[in-house]
Design a protein around this ligand. Structure first.
Ligand SMILES: [Ca+2]
Length: 127
């Protein structure tokens, strides 16, 4: 008899796990980590790259990045590419971990920077 083994008249039950168990829903938003300058208040110079990581434990669906200087917001990354006046790279460290390195073209950073990163995972969780 399938799944049962008779032993001395008793029934021995063998537990078989189910391969299609429901997945635990993702309720954890992505994280943002400043890599450079160090997060301890180190100032950024006009030509210094601003480096930060965005990661999620399951997936990244969409990311937007803005920078505020002197009270003015500019788009740095529009969900697809780094846009003018910014240049830089987006490196895939893993499918759920991206490293951004951006500089402001021309005169560079004009003042202290307020970095605004809005990542969303595929479950809709956002920071
Ligand atoms: Ca998540």
């Amino acid at each position: 008899m399938l799944g049962k083994t008779a032993t001395s008249g008793a029934v021995q039950e063998i537990a078989i796990p189910w391969s299609d168990a429901p997945v635990t829903p993702d309720t954890t938003p992505p994280t943002i980590t400043l890599v450079s300058p160090a997060a301890d208040g180190t100032p950024i110079g006009p030509k210094d790259p601003l480096v930060f990581d965005v990661q999620d434990e399951t997936s990244l669906a969409h990311i937007e990045v803005r920078a505020k200087q002197n009270g003015v917001y500019e788009t740095v990354y529009n969900g697809t590419a780094i846009v003018s006046p910014y240049t830089g790279t987006v490196t895939e460290i893993s499918p759920t971990h991206l490293r951004f390195s951006v500089v402001r073209a021309g005169a560079g950073w004009l003042s202290a920077v307020g970095l605004s990163v809005t990542p969303i995972d595929h479950a809709g969780n956002k920071v």
